[in-house]
Write a protein that binds this ligand. Structure first.
Ligand SMILES: Cc1cc2nc3c(=O)[nH]c(=O)nc-3n(C[C@H](O)[C@H](O)[C@H](O)COP(=O)(O)OP(=O)(O)OC[C@H]3O[C@@H](n4cnc5c(N)ncnc54)[C@H](O)[C@@H]3O)c2cc1C
Length: 423
């Protein structure tokens, strides 16, 4: 049995997520005999959750330098992006029955809005390329020979003797989908440095309870300045979603990458100053409010400003301002108006904490890029080992960036592992 399995597979890919599936496909297309191993009963559990089930599968950005600038360790990804660009990803899926469309901020989705279709296309291509599926197969450990090459993979119920191995078991985010950080231990044992994995692209908890009153408000464009220990650290702009615990939506998720870093570096308090109307300066917003008050001079304050703020936000701004709602607009003083403007442009809240891996869309940290050859995704330590996907210390913002990284690193790792077998 051992001998038979050894003869069967040139490349064993561990992890049937997006990176592993793409790696297996590319290795097989290049002529390798490939096995795809996963501990779950079926592939792509996390992929099915992507983009709320719609799967934001890449970014509409074919300038790989600009693309790479948005990632942690982006330069490391340049060769991978060059070998399989966002445009090639779209062609791949369109050519396999899943045409794509571009939405706001360059986010690319399948026309059908169904992550199932993306997974279905991958599974079809895996089958067409005669890839052997070994599901419900939990990899436990690796063994090296005297030359430092992987000679044996120990699964819970069997052993494999591969010529090449691609580890694509993901990071630690959403552990229920199968990615529980198993790969870090293996990589460390084989001599790779592991950068501490941190949960990123997570919602943000806020201390002030009143934020919960805004639950459900989705603010199209908000600017948030982040202060730690009284010093401004950075500011970001984007779409913010208020929730019962604090903030979510693309702005909060993307900011969590930098906040995770701040939290890991210092215990000092973090404050946020929100500008809910960043495209208007103080005077312009004051002018708009004044015009509204002049138009509605004989109305009570509670019946004004409907054209300036969304209903829930208006309700909050008026109540939180402490102004007398019964007062007629004509009677509102300049000073009172400025209370409103200030509230909208300088809303101060206190950071409480970030959600953990159970709510993280990605992991920052993982196998250090220093010991992976960026031209091949091959280990610089173990000659027949490759890495792909989220297990590597690279991560990007929301918007299809993380899946693009998985497709590209998977593609390059698959191609390189096949070449290593066949030359
Ligand atoms: C809710 C959510 C929504 C997301 N939406 C998007 C989006 O719209 N766009 C985007 O670009 N990114 C999105 N992401 C991020 C993206 O899904 C991940 O970056 C991507 O899935 C990582 O792929 P991967 O192949 O590296 O690992 P994973 O998808 O985590 O797959 C790893 C696989 O390895 C297997 N495995 C783990 N350990 C073992 C073991 N010991 N033995 C055998 N098999 C093992 C697991 O079962 C799993 O199948 C989202 C993430 C989440 C959580």
């Amino acid at each position: 049995m051992k001998k038979l399995i050894e003869e069967q597979f040139d490349v064993v890919v561990i992890g049937a997520g997006p990176a592993g599936m793409m790696a297996a496909i590319r290795a097989a297309q290049k002529g390798a005999r490939v096995a795809l191993v996963d501990k779950k009963e079926e592939p792509g559990k996390k992929l099915l959750m992507a983009g709320n089930g719609r799967c934001n599968l890449t970014q509409d950005q074919d300038n790989v330098v600009e693309l790479s600038n948005l990632y942690k360790n982006g330069r490391f990804l340049l060769s991978a992006f060059n070998s399989f660009r966002p445009g090639s990803v779209q062609e791949f899926f369109a050519g396999n029955g899943v045409p794509t469309k571009v939405e706001k901020n360059g986010r690319v989705f399948p026309v059908s809005d169904r992550a199932e279709d993306v997974l279905g296309a991958l599974v079809n291509v895996l089958k067409e390329n005669n890839i052997t599926f070994l599901y419900k197969s939990h990899v436990v450990d690796f063994f090296l020979d005297n030359e430092g090459r992987i000679s044996k993979i120990k699964l819970k119920k069997r052993e494999l003797f591969p010529k090449n191995v691609i580890i694509a078991v993901g990071g630690k985010s959403y552990p229920a989908t199968g990615s529980m950080g198993d790969g870090y231990e293996w990589a460390a044992k084989m001599g790779h440095k592991i950068i501490e994995p941190l949960p990123v692209l997570v919602p943000i908890k806020i201390k002030e309870d009143w934020v919960g009153e805004l639950q459900g408000v989705s603010a199209g464009s908000v600017s948030i300045a982040v202060y730690q220990g009284g010093k401004k650290k950075f500011s970001n702009e984007g779409d913010l979603m208020f929730t019962h615990y604090g903030f979510s939506g693309p702005l909060a998720l993307n900011m969590s990458r930098d906040i995770a870093k701040l939290v890991s570096q210092s215990d000092d308090d973090i404050k946020f100053i929100l500008d809910l109307k960043p495209y208007l300066n103080f005077e312009q917003l004051d002018e708009i409010i004044l015009t509204d008050f002049e138009r509605n001079a004989d109305k009570k304050l509670s019946n004004c400003l409907h054209d300036v703020f969304s209903p829930k936000l208006l309700d909050f701004v008026l109540r939180y301002s402490g102004l007398d709602m019964e007062k007629h607009a004509a009677k509102i003083s300049r000073k009172e108006r400025h209370v409103l403007v200030n509230l909208v442009k300088n809303l101060s809240v206190t950071f409480d904490s970030l959600f953990g891996f159970e709510m993280a869309m990605a992991t920052s940290g993982g196998v250090s890029t220093r010991e992976i050859d960026s031209r091949t995704m091959g280990s610089k330590i173990v000659p027949n080992l490759y890495f792909a996907g989220e297990i590597i210390d690279v991560d990007g913002p929301t918007g299809g960036y993380n899946l693009q990284m998985c497709w590209s690193t998977g593609y390059l790792a698959g191609e390189s592992a096949a070449k290593n077998t066949l030359t």
